[in-house]
Design a protein around this ligand. Structure first.
Ligand SMILES: Cc1ncc(COP(=O)(O)O)c(C=O)c1O
Length: 352
């Protein structure tokens, strides 16, 4: 059976999304931290870096994991800072690099896909007395318990989790002084709103895809910005616990359904009630990944690749990037859609 419904891809916006009476707020709270809202994860990053710069005169370099979203690297590079790399990727149990950040450096690490980054947090535990700062990137794990405890700064981005066109947050221990935030970008917000409304109507695919791609190019302009009124409103109309439970259940369904396939491996082999997954990242063979992705797309299942590699990646990260695929499991979907995904992946490998 071919699914008629899109599974995955941009969140749609429906008029009812604004009307839900919610006791929740989408904005998570982290222990011992204050917070400031902004528009994007990269804005949150700029705020953190500007803040650190003010009170650390020897600050020149930011340490980044080689397996990362290009937008992080671009943002730091645009600020004219030196980037130093260390090896780390999703699912690593050990920190294999032998690095020594210098006084006033910043060290950024990512809690990938909703799972706590055990390798890095264990290593940081051994380096508790440090003269350098830590940014914990929780863009993919804002609702997971027990993350966000280590960083001097912590960044999240809500637009990966909800229909809101923008919305992000920086959490911090000590803010030196308030920073100026530009107003939200009206063109960006409108392009995304129009695109998301059209996607909800399942009409004009080419038109809305074009709007999404145009808007994405504006994200790096004039950082940092405020969160838009539209997103504030949407983010106050959500049911967090229902969404989190749904994501966990969907992950379990995918894991159980795909377990029998020798060609497919979940990067994270288990989940517990503290972990709220963004997607279900799988590993397949390098020569079948792109074909599988296209096959799923033909069945209207949209699977992103987190992430395409860059020059400096280690061989291990490069290999992962050629074999990884992210299966959608967000709160829009339940067992029917997860079973469709499983069925289509099985038909790809079994009937191939
Ligand atoms: C791990 C991670 N950090 C930061 C960002 C940047 O977030 P934003 O796109 O909201 O600027 C992304 C973007 O995908 C990301 O995946």
């Amino acid at each position: 059976m071919i699914s008629e419904q899109n599974i995955g891809g941009e969140f749609e916006i429906y008029p009812n999304d604004f009307l839900m009476n919610s006791k929740d707020s989408a904005w998570p709270i982290f222990k011992n931290k204050e917070s400031l809202r902004c528009n994007s994860g990269r804005s949150a990053l700029v705020i953190a870096i500007n803040d650190w710069k003010k009170s650390h005169k020897d600050f020149r370099s930011v340490w980044l994991p080689d397996f990362l979203c290009n937008s992080i690297y671009k943002t730091i590079n645009n600020l004219g800072l030196d980037v130093l790399w260390y090896q780390n990727k999703p699912g690593d149990n050990e920190f294999i690099d032998n690095i020594t950040p210098k006084k006033d450096d910043l060290f950024l690490y990512i809690n990938y896909f909703g799972w706590p980054n055990i390798a890095v947090s264990n290593w940081l535990d051994l380096n508790k007395k440090r003269s350098w700062g830590v940014i914990e990137d929780c863009v993919q794990s804002p609702y997971t318990k027990d993350v966000g405890l280590v960083g001097d700064y912590l960044i999240i981005s809500m637009r990966k989790w909800w229909p809101s066109p923008d919305g992000a947050q920086i959490h911090y221990k000590n803010f030196v002084e308030k920073q100026h935030l530009h107003d939200s970008d009206e063109v960006f917000i409108s392009q995304r709103l129009i695109g998301k409304l059209n996607r909800g109507e399942m009409k004009n695919e080419k038109y809305y895809l074009d709007l999404f791609s145009k808007s994405e190019q504006r994200l790096d302009l004039n950082l940092p910005r405020k969160c838009s009124y539209l997103s504030e409103k949407l983010l106050s109309c959500v049911n967090i616990s229902k969404a989190c439970k749904q994501r966990q259940q969907n992950w379990k369904l995918l894991q159980e359904g795909l377990e029998i396939l020798p060609d497919v491996k979940m990067i994270f082999s288990s989940i517990n009630n503290k972990i709220i997954p963004l997607v279900a990242p799988i590993i397949v063979s390098e020569n079948s990944r792109d074909e599988l992705r296209a096959f799923l797309l033909n069945h209207k299942i949209f699977c992103p690749i987190h992430w395409t590699s860059m020059d400096h990646w280690s061989n291990e990260s490069l290999e992962m990037s050629q074999r990884i695929l992210s299966l959608p499991l967000d709160q829009r979907y339940g067992s029917e859609q997860m079973n469709s995904i499983i069925k289509i992946i099985k038909s790809f490998y079994i009937e191939k």
